[in-house]
Design a protein around this ligand. Structure first.
Ligand code: ZN
Ligand code: ZN
Ligand code: FE
Length: 746
């Protein structure tokens, strides 16, 4: 017999870890104690040395799936304390509000089996769940997390469920949302006018979908609009009703094999699709024209059913359905039954709803697969509100994010809690939701910020919120330059300290000189930065209008490059505006360069959603290694990519009739080369070898398949985002780290 003291570091609280250990201790015939510590849990166990070692070896791969074990330390002793049983010790400092809250988890295999087993008491019950799956974050009103503080409070457990709940051997032990057909929520179906329809709700919804209707389906964090995938006419109807012109719709496939019928699915992509987090994964279509009415580019967003209700809706004969957030253009996702009927009137032909309330909106997560891992465009359902751990403790800070892809982060020690997808704050309802969610997170995790970080942009609504709160609460406000925040976000994402080179490419960010930046090469760390590379500013003829009308950018690029432009009425007006400096703010936005070239190639001359020009340019790219000539301007240590030479080359190729796909590829190859050259320039100045890549432009997969490799070829260590989004949704993490460093200095 021996005694062992074990420290488990990581995210092991609030994830069913203690019941798990309890079971393991029994299985290995051990005795001892467990208690929570500030960095994880501490175990003290006695038993046969061999059993103790097997127990330790099994821990990492048997642990609950939400647990993140960062390190296990163990020390053996020969003198015994003669434990006779297993006890959970309440540590004195243990604060209920230190407990983490689980994200919502997709249906597990055990529940799926029971759901489809006619002999099981939960056969075809659409709310089946267990300790390993089901709703969590989206049904919680307050902490501590127990049934009384969730949407399940109005459904008292029946004796059968109660027995399972209290049986430590049962897989529903302490599963707060546990329920069955006798005691839990139920589904119902409403017609277009919101009147109840008698009959089997799921059968009614299935029949409506098959008949080509648009049906609102209540999910975990909100309501989806669903319809058949195969009929362009239905998709057009949905677009018209939803006021969504061309933006791609995500689809839900019954299983991976159904997804494979239309998309290529790698092993890593399959693992992402089937993971308990069930994000929407961007997959490459097998044929470009497949489902073009749902997605106009080469990819389509695919997810698998993640609630038992979805499983029943698909049955055995529906392969795929459109599943898009139920909302009107840019408003937040509809999530309550009453507002569903009111707001979706005229959009949905029917409603498959239920009486378990959603407390908190949480949109589907969206990612692609990069190096075998999730690469986020949106980190939301299935991930939030789980923290990302950071390597330096930052205390309690609120970081308010950007504006169009709003998000916030709150920190507590080494944990940073990034918010779910919020949306564009310029929408009033979205702004309200943003403010509510900040308060909700502060309550859930008991965080009282001692400082507030925000973007440097004076007009962002997130900045206004931050300033108002800083004033009200008398706590410091720390404005952070946009691209510096991107760089710091990618550093924290990869647990980097010190100084790095940051290649930060996006559409728009407020610069320290008051102009719009966006294709930047920075050098620095959390403490500060210097701007060493950028691109030649592009005059945005008509200001913000250019994002919708990229033809204006194309014209400005060609005009500046000295090309003869065929004169039309518009051009004459633009010429005057430019000459008079009238509403032509300069921008070094990389996104604008993409838009402009996309419009020059005639790929997209009017955009109906953000980034559309760049996305379609990427989609059009052929397989080609060519490059265009690159020129540079250097002033005061700032190396600017002068794109005029490249624009002239593109113009000449267009005149020669070169394939547009080839031009698109050569243009992006040119950008990869400029990125490498800027990093080499930055390395010569600074001696730094680590490069972080951040910004919305790096959602471009063509670039992400070439730029890191090209940089590595030159001897750089390259880091991209792994845990938060590369677009503006991720910058709150960087703001937070920079604010943390600023407070530290004081
Ligand atoms: Zn389950
Ligand atoms: Zn029950
Ligand atoms: Fe940005």
């Amino acid at each position: 017999m021996e005694r062992v003291l074990i420290h488990i570091h990581g995210i092991v609280q609030g994830v069913g870890f203690r019941p798990f250990i309890h079971k393991q201790v029994r299985a290995y015939r051990l005795a001892g104690t467990i208690k929570n510590t500030s960095s994880g849990v501490e175990l003290e166990l006695e038993g046969e040395r061999e059993e103790l070692e097997r127990f330790l070896a099994d821990l990492p791969h048997k642990a609950p799936k939400l647990a993140v074990i960062e390190k296990i330390e163990s020390e053996f002793f020969t003198e015994l304390k003669h434990f006779t049983d297993f006890r959970i010790l309440q540590s004195k400092t243990e604060d209920q509000r230190n407990t983490l809250i689980s994200p919502d988890i997709g249906i597990c295999d055990d529940c799926l089996r029971e759901l489809l087993d006619p002999a099981d008491r939960r056969y075809r019950y659409p709310f089946i769940n267990c300790t390993n799956c089901g709703p969590r974050f989206t049904i919680i009103k307050d902490v501590p997390y127990d049934r009384a503080k969730t949407s399940m409070s109005e459904f008292p457990m029946c004796p059968d469920c109660d027995r399972e709940y209290h049986d430590i051997e049962n897989r529903r032990y302490h599963a707060q949302p546990d329920c069955c057909g006798d005691c839990g929520p139920h589904v119902f179906y409403l017609d277009a006018a919101g009147n109840p329809v008698a009959g089997d709700a799921i059968a009614l919804a299935r029949a409506a979908l098959k008949a080509g209707k648009i049906v609102a389906v209540k999910g975990l964090g909100g309501i989806h609009l669903s319809c058949r995938c195969d009929d362009p006419e239905i998709a057009r109807t949905l677009r018209r009703r939803k006021q969504r012109d061309e933006k791609p719709f995500a689809i839900m496939c019954r299983d991976v094999d159904c997804a494979r019928k239309i998309c290529e699915v790698s092993k890593a992509e399959e693992a992402l699709l089937t993971s308990f987090r069930r994000p929407i994964v961007l997959l490459k279509k097998r044929a470009r024209g497949t489902l073009a009415h749902l997605s106009e580019n080469n990819d389509i967003g695919v997810m698998l059913p993640y609630t038992p209700l979805h499983v029943l809706l698909f049955g055995e004969d529906i392969d795929m359905l459109v599943m898009t957030s139920a909302n009107l253009s840019d408003t937040p996702i509809v999530y309550r039954n009453d507002e569903a009927v009111e707001k979706l009137r005229g959009i949905a032909d029917g409603f498959l709803l239920h009486n378990r309330e959603i407390q908190t909106r949480c949109d589907d997560s969206l990612c692609s697969c990069l190096d075998g891992e999730a690469y986020f465009a949106r980190r939301s359902r299935g991930y939030v509100p789980f923290p990302v751990s950071v390597h330096e403790s930052v205390g309690m800070i609120l970081a308010c994010g950007a504006e169009q892809k709003a998000s916030f982060c709150l920190s507590k020690g080494n944990y940073v809690f990034p918010s779910q997808h919020i949306g564009d704050l310029k929408n009033v309802e979205t702004l309200e939701n943003y403010e509510q969610q900040i308060r909700h997170f502060e309550k859930l995790f008991d965080i009282r910020p001692s400082a507030i970080a925000c973007d440097l942009h004076p007009d962002y609504l997130s900045t206004a919120y931050a300033a108002a709160r800083s004033e009200e609460e008398g706590i410091p406000l720390i404005p952070v330059q946009h691209h510096h925040a991107h760089m710091a976000a990618c550093m924290a994402d990869n647990a980097l300290s010190g100084e790095v080179i940051g290649l930060v490419w996006d559409g728009t960010g407020y610069g320290t000189d008051g102009t719009t930046w966006g294709g930047e090469c920075l050098v620095g760390g959390y403490d500060g930065f210097a701007r060493v590379g950028s691109i030649r500013p592009i005059p945005l003829v008509g200001g913000d209008l250019v994002t919708k009308e990229p033809l204006r950018v194309a014209w400005a690029l060609e005009h500046d490059a000295g090309e003869k432009i065929p004169e039309g009425e518009n051009e004459a007006v633009w010429e005057k505006m430019l000459a008079g400096g009238l509403n032509c703010p300069p921008s070094s936005g990389m996104g604008r360069l993409f838009d402009g070239v996309s419009a020059m190639l005639g790929i997209k001359t009017r955009c109906s959603y953000e980034g559309q020009g760049a996305i379609l340019l990427e989609a059009a790219a052929a397989d080609d290694d060519g490059l265009y000539p690159i020129a540079w301007e250097e002033e005061n240590g700032l190396l600017r990519f002068d794109w005029r030479e490249s624009i002239r080359a593109i113009r000449a190729e267009l005149a020669r009739g070169t394939d547009r796909g080839v031009i698109a590829a050569r243009f992006m190859n040119t950008l990869v080369e400029t990125g490498v050259r800027q990093c080499v320039f930055a390395r010569e100045r600074s001696g730094l070898e680590r490069v972080v890549l951040s910004g919305g432009s790096f959602q471009n997969r063509y670039m992400m398949h070439r730029l890191p490799a090209a940089l590595e070829d030159k001897g750089f260590a390259v880091y991209h985002h792994r845990r938060v989004s590369t677009n503006d949704e991720g910058i709150s993490l960087g703001q937070l780290m920079i604010a943390g460093a600023a407070l530290e200095r004081k």
